[in-house]
Write a protein that binds this ligand. Structure first.
Ligand code: ATP
Length: 522
């Protein structure tokens, strides 16, 4: 299973490169670790996801507005937010393999293996007992399962304690006690565990003596917090209201080996929703449901999502969960939904000496609002879409299709980089000119692609590989009755339609508005 998933990830990485989605950064210099560039198709896909998020936030909610804050911020911001002191990951090196790991992740992997063993026991028993199998009863009584569960509980508790108190020696001891070996080399020759701050720093100012250390923001959220009153006052916003933002964030990740899942430079889409203290749980539940619906509306498959509640809450949160997605590596965090209390605004008040309170005109009282945050990685979303969309399948030769295998990206039409390819059946008889005319009509509302090289079957294959949902083919009949065929990517079915219907038909199928309307239904 793990092997197959590894293969799936490798296939997606090489497909993304071959078809202009994602390239390693500075590839001619052998790349830069955990940094990637988006090519012509990747940039369109990313833009479309961002557009869907931005519009779902700012058009569908009249109490949410968007901002665009700078990446550089006053260094005290990161003291107030806790990032200077506490944005650390525990790092451990293996002396033999010279590989570096996150100590907490090594322990989490150990726990995952125990959980896999429990699942295997259950599967084995299910096969043995057939229809009479009572899974719950088995899991709560089988001695071997109980043993594993006890161990999971103990390890999790020790991990939580060590992480909570920042006890690096205890983490190391846990790795030794559990006899955890380097997954690559099998060696247990570990260094001590050290805290490693994930923020990148640089210097601002042209003269050395003027220079002072500043950070590349590790999250976009703080740009929203420091502008909270600016936006509230100038926008005359009344609580509850939200501020949305998309933009780059930077983290010097210790381990970054999973393509665009964990990058050192990445993009976030975050929304902070300001509420009256005491009402945060209601809004937390609201945003959990709302954000899941945003994902489900794309149709990548309900079974690919699940909620994961945080057991170890950060000191500032009173509730937190992730929306996990079924990536090729398994279920992993795609988006976080956090109830952050008044932690950030209160700290900014303290450090800046400026009041950051909301004056409630109904009660004539001022207070620091509580915050619900929804935070999703745009790059992780790109990876989720690519993982769910990638398919290899056998094709029987049919009308215009070459037989054999095809690789198709079933990207939701709204997100697809190219919406329609306009293809003259042959490169003569006036067909190219007619096809060009159609492109000229459609290009204002749809991203089009024109191509007249190779057989029509090969051209379909190339469009399948970049996820183009529709191919419009211009043939000799077109010149007589002004109709074309539309070929649907996923079914490969073709239908004949008048050229005059094309724009309406395709725009409706590919427009973000259609999706937003679906999302807004009660
Ligand atoms: P993880 O536990 O995976 O490191 P996190 O809990 O630190 O993630 P948050 O700080 O909650 O992540 O950031 C919000 C979102 O930003 C995440 O849900 C994820 O989609 C995205 N994100 C965080 N770190 C990275 C990264 N290094 N590369 C790409 N996306 C990231």
């Amino acid at each position: 299973m793990a092997q197959a998933d590894d293969n799936q990830l490798k296939k997606i990485i090489s497909h993304a490169k071959e078809y202009g989605f994602i390239f390693p950064s500075s590839e001619i210099y052998d790349g830069l670790s955990a940094v990637y560039d988006y090519g012509q198709n990747g940039a369109e896909l990313k833009f479309n996801i961002r557009d869907y998020w931005w519009k779902a936030m700012t058009l569908l909610h009249d109490n949410i507005v968007g901002i665009d804050a700078a990446i550089f911020m006053h260094p005290t911001v990161w003291k107030a937010s806790g990032h200077v002191d506490a944005f650390n990951d525990p790092m451990i090196d293996n002396r033999d393999s010279k590989k570096r790991y996150r100590a907490d992740q090594l322990i989490e992997k150990y726990v995952e293996k125990l959980e896999d063993k429990i699942e295997k026991e259950a599967e084995k028993a299910a096969r043995r007992f057939g229809e009479n199998f009572n899974r719950e009863l088995f899991l709560s009584t089988n001695p071997r399962v109980l043993e594993y569960r006890k161990k999971v509980g103990e390890v999790n508790e020790k991990l939580k304690q060590a992480m909570g108190s920042g006890d690096m020696a205890a983490l190391k001891q846990l790795i030794i006690d559990l006899e955890i070996a380097d997954p690559e080399s099998g060696s247990r020759n570990w260094t001590d565990v050290r805290q490693f701050n994930l923020m990148f720093s640089t210097e601002i100012g042209s003269l050395a003596e003027e220079a002072s250390k500043i950070y590349l923001r590790p999250e976009t959220a703080q740009g929203i917090f420091v502008n909270f009153l600016n936006v509230q006052k100038t926008g005359r916003m009344k609580i509850p209201f939200g501020i949305a933002q998309t933009g780059k964030a930077f983290r010097n990740e210790i381990v970054a080996r999973q393509f665009i899942f964990r990058m050192r430079e990445f993009e976030q889409m975050e929304m902070q929703f300001f509420v009256k203290p005491g009402e945060e749980m209601k809004w937390y539940a609201f945003w959990k449901e709302h954000r899941l619906n945003w994902h489900l509306a794309l149709g990548l498959g309900e079974h690919n999502y699940r909620f994961h509640d945080h057991l170890n809450l950060a000191h500032y949160a009173n509730a937190a969960c992730d929306i996990q997605f079924n990536f090729p590596m398994g279920f992993r965090e795609l988006e976080g939904i956090h109830s952050r209390t008044d932690f950030d605004l209160k700290n900014h008040e303290q450090y800046s000496g400026k009041k950051l309170q909301y004056f409630d005109p109904d009660t004539n009282q001022s207070y620091i609002p509580y915050v619900i945050e929804t935070s999703i990685g745009l790059d992780r979303m790109v990876m989720a879409v690519l993982s769910a969309a990638y398919r290899e399948e056998k094709v029987t030769s049919a009308e215009g299709e070459d037989g054999g295998e095809r690789v198709v990206l079933s990207i939701p039409p709204v997100l697809a980089p190219v919406k329609v390819a306009v293809l003259p059946l042959v490169k003569k008889d006036g067909l190219p000119e007619k096809a060009q005319q159609i492109v000229q009509q459609l290009k204002f509302s749809l991203k089009c692609y024109y191509e007249d090289k190779d057989t029509i079957g090969r051209r379909y294959r190339r469009q399948d590989a970049i996820g183009t949902p529709y191919c419009v083919t211009v043939d000799h009949q077109t010149l007589q009755d002004d109709t074309v065929t539309i070929r649907h990517r996923d079914t490969m079915k073709q239908e004949r339609v008048p050229v005059t219907h094309l724009e309406k038909l395709l725009t409706e199928a590919c427009s973000v508005n259609t999706l937003l309307k679906k999302l807004a239904l009660p």
